[in-house]
Design a binder for this molecule. Structure first.
Ligand SMILES: *Cc1c(COP(=O)(O)O)cnc(C)c1O
Length: 391
């Protein structure tokens, strides 16, 4: 099928939930994607932070295909050695205590929200159910995670939204203090706001949140869906802030390209979720677990993390001398670019024409390249970006 046939069928048969770039990606290798017309692209997106090992990494393909040929799904009514191996790894890597496996970021966040409310209910009874999130946060597209998302544009049409959320201005300690009343059970934050414009939180704000939470037995929950799995230069981003969260949620890069999410809690919360309080049909699917086990075995070594940081620095250094760049934000290989001409959307569309896939977030350009991208691919992509920026 050629592009116009694919596009026609998309318009005829699919709900119009996405504004798409004008290309249909059909295959890929490393950080290079190929579309339906045979045109190649350097990929600075990883499918929004998902393909952390790039397209069709050899070890990842082997892990997924050999698991598909062994057992593709069992129900959560039975034990699974892949689920236990993955959960054990996640606990060992984080020092956390228990894992719930699901299929997406929104689901991992739903689990975190349920844990926070049940922990508080079990210990303090009713009336302490509010969860504070941040203005400009993004936590997912279910009705409850939309309510958790601190952006008014998402609070439309689907009323009534889940109650019990309030929004604190990022990096504003006074606002946090004033909203952290006796009805609050959790503070739930991204450490680098992704969709909100690649905005890192200040150390001061995160320290204040951690201190207030621990004083009031309010859970500190970190949405690592975008920042996690070595994206920001440590396995999870919270490590860089020196805090000990009560809950971490993870998804996107965790499966390296297959749907998997995880909600990870500390020892204090290990008994909160009890039989039948939560569940999922697909969560912890063996193929997804095999993929995640392979991802973790690769992205958590000291050498790999050092490379992520080196490549992040390399990107920053090159971007700093590029036309139309007024600011560069983010951590590791999660990079936001503020443009002088405030024309990120236009640049992103131009890049696609030139053979570079690139993201936006609010009015910024956003790069989430595969963590395994080569320097050759980085140079190639940056030279296309530079051309688009100069126009
Ligand atoms: C992408 C994202 C989500 C939602 O994940 P889905 O897998 O799309 O449900 C939640 N939180 C953050 C920070 C994200 O970047």
């Amino acid at each position: 099928m050629n592009f116009s046939e694919i596009k026609n069928d998309e318009q005829q048969y699919m709900m119009h939930t996405y504004g798409r770039f004008q290309t249909a990606v059909v295959s890929g290798k490393g950080a290079t994607a190929t579309d339906s017309e045979g045109k190649q692209y350097i990929d600075f997106t990883s499918g929004i932070g998902v393909n952390c090992l790039g397209y069709c990494d050899e070890g990842w393909v082997k892990a997924v295909s050999s698991q598909a040929a062994t057992v593709q799904h069992i129900s959560n009514l039975y034990y699974s050695p892949l689920q236990t191996e993955l959960s054990k790894k996640l606990c060992e890597l984080t020092g956390m205590d228990k894992v719930f496996l699901c299929n997406s970021g929104a689901e991992a966040n739903e689990c975190a929200i349920k844990i926070a409310r049940k922990y508080s209910f079990d210990k303090y009874g009713k009336g302490r159910q509010k969860i504070l999130t941040l203005v400009n946060s993004f936590h997912g597209r279910t009705v409850t995670t939309l309510a958790a998302t601190g952006q008014k544009v998402f609070h439309n049409y689907f009323f009534p939204f889940t109650e019990g959320f309030d929004y604190v201005a990022a990096n504003n300690v006074k606002d946090l203090e004033s909203k952290l009343g006796d009805d609050v059970c959790a503070v739930f934050i991204e450490l680098v706001q992704g969709e909100g414009g690649v905005m890192p939180l200040s150390q001061e704000f995160v320290d204040a949140a951690a201190k207030l939470c621990s004083e009031k037995d309010v859970l500190l929950m970190i949405d690592e869906v975008q920042t996690g799995v070595s994206r920001t230069g440590t396995f999870y981003c919270y490590e860089q802030y020196g805090i000990s969260p009560d809950v971490i949620t993870s998804a996107k890069g965790l499966g390296g390209g297959v749907p998997i999410g995880a909600c990870i809690c500390n020892e204090k919360l290990s008994g909160v979720m009890t039989p039948s309080s939560h569940g999922t049909t697909f969560g912890g699917n063996p193929i997804a677990c095999a993929a995640a086990i392979e991802v973790l075995s690769r992205v958590t070594t000291a050498e790999f993390l050092e490379e992520v940081n080196k490549k992040g620095d390399y990107f920053r250094e090159k971007l700093a001398s590029m036309p139309n760049v007024s600011d560069i934000r983010g951590k590791g290989m999660m990079i936001g670019i503020v443009t002088e001409k405030d024309n990120a959307k236009e640049i992103a569309a131009k890049c696609v024409e030139k053979g570079l896939l690139i993201l936006t977030a609010k009015n910024l350009l956003r790069l989430l390249p595969p963590l395994t991208i080569t320097y050759e691919e980085i140079d190639k992509g940056l030279s296309l970006l530079s051309e688009a920026m100069a126009e």
